[in-house]
Ligand binder design. Structure first.
Ligand code: G3P
Ligand code: CA
Length: 386
């Protein structure tokens, strides 16, 4: 089968089956169609052009207020008005895609309190870094579902620990169903922003992420160029693989300038992020992606004391290649803010995040990832009304 043919398998048969089922059940065709995965507002039709600019991305949901990557965190982000809500994806042992920032679930679940899993503790090298803990790829989905999510940084965000134990680790399919339900309820699509985590590492384990992700996107009608979903990865090769499987919009994430994407390390590609943000690198990414997700520091570097300096030419250069920019990550707490926007001496207290966000938005970026989407939305409104 060709790559192009593989992009839309089964759509005709899915619709055919649904129509037959509708007739058999005696349901009005329009009502039944709206309830199908991928149909109506629940299905997530939209165009990148429909997204407000600046676009506020709920980073891991509303992770400033709830344990990250839980349905509670996603719901709060949506209720706050985030324009698009982020999921990071890793696989289980039996190939299900679940929402975690990394497969090491030691910090974000209660796995350490489960004696039945004590023997699963392991030390692994992932993308050249050693980790000791418990990993999703060693758990079946049924086993993973016996765990409860908890706050990653309780020292910084003690209030969030109130919600420890309230939610399980969601599967991506559960999130797609939630987004469909909320889309129908709100009569407008719920946008999702979906990242493949460590795709080369997982492919070597026989747990490639892109194919099951593409299958889910097709099943829920989010495999099209006008789907209300953006795909993202730090590995350009993963973005390219996704581009061969689905038409869903894509962005390439960019880390520090000296770093190399892990698929480049594995394949011997010598380019660094500093190379990718040059015009030739941007032109290359524009051949298979609609945008980039750089660090905020690639947009406005900091000096040795952590204060903002002069913006780089990245916004202008990326726009010249037709690429959107959605940098990451804005957080309210002093410890995460540039030094010139910290207030007082408590690292966990909120600083002048509105001032910092205004500085970033003034560069012309098209959106921003934010742990506290309500704050970023207010800053975006200030920016629009300036
Ligand atoms: O995907 C954008 C941003 O989330 C990238 O950073 O490490 O939080 O996934 P990370
Ligand atoms: Ca992410």
């Amino acid at each position: 089968m060709t790559e192009r043919a593989r992009k839309t398998p089964g759509r005709r048969s899915l619709l055919g089956a649904a129509v037959l089922g509708t007739a058999a059940l005696g349901l009005p065709a329009t009502a039944a169609r709206a309830a199908e995965p991928g149909r109506g507002h629940g299905g997530g039709h939209g165009s990148l052009r429909d997204l407000p600019v600046p676009t506020v991305v709920g980073h891991r949901g509303a992770s400033g207020y709830r344990p990250e990557h839980t349905l509670g965190s996603y719901q709060l982000a949506l209720d706050m008005g985030a324009h698009i809500i982020e999921q990071d994806l890793v696989p289980t042992k039996d190939g299900h895609l679940v929402c975690r920032h990394e497969s090491d679930i030691t910090a974000t679940t209660d796995v350490a309190d489960h004696p039945e899993f004590a023997g699963r503790k392991a030390t692994k090298s992932i993308d050249g870094i050693s980790y000791t803990g418990w990993f999703t790829e060693d758990f079946t989905l049924a086993e993973l579902k016996t765990l409860r999510a908890k706050e990653r940084i309780p020292g910084t965000r003690p209030d969030n620990t109130l919600y420890n134990g309230r939610w399980t680790v969601p599967t991506f399919e559960e999130v797609l169903r939630w987004a469909e339900k909320e889309g129908r309820r709100r009569s407008k699509p719920v946008w999702l922003y979906v990242e493949t985590k460590h795709p080369t590492y997982f492919r070597k384990l026989g747990l490639g992420l892109e194919e099951p992700l593409a299958r889910l996107l097709r099943r829920y009608g989010r495999d099209r160029g006008n789907s209300a979903l953006i795909l993202q990865s730090f590995e350009p090769g993963s973005v390219q693989r996704l581009a061969r499987l689905v038409d869903t919009p894509r962005i390439v994430l960019l880390s520090g300038p000296k770093e190399r994407p892990w698929d480049f390390v594995e394949s011997g590609d010598p380019r660094t992020v500093a190379d990718l943000v040059k015009p030739a690198g941007l032109a290359w990414m524009a051949s298979f992606a609609q945008g980039i997700g750089p660090t905020l520091d690639l947009v406005i570097p900091k000096d040795a004391s952590g204060r903002l300096t002069t913006p780089t030419t990245l916004v202008r250069d990326a726009h010249a290649k037709g690429l959107r920019l959605h940098p990451y990550t804005l957080r309210n707490e002093n410890s995460f803010l540039p030094a010139d926007f910290r207030r007082g001496t408590d690292p966990n207290a909120y600083g002048d995040v509105f001032g910092a966000c205004a500085a970033y938005l003034a560069t012309g970026i098209d959106g921003i990832f934010a742990d506290q989407p309500d704050t970023a939305l207010l800053a975006a409104a200030d920016h629009a009304g300036r």
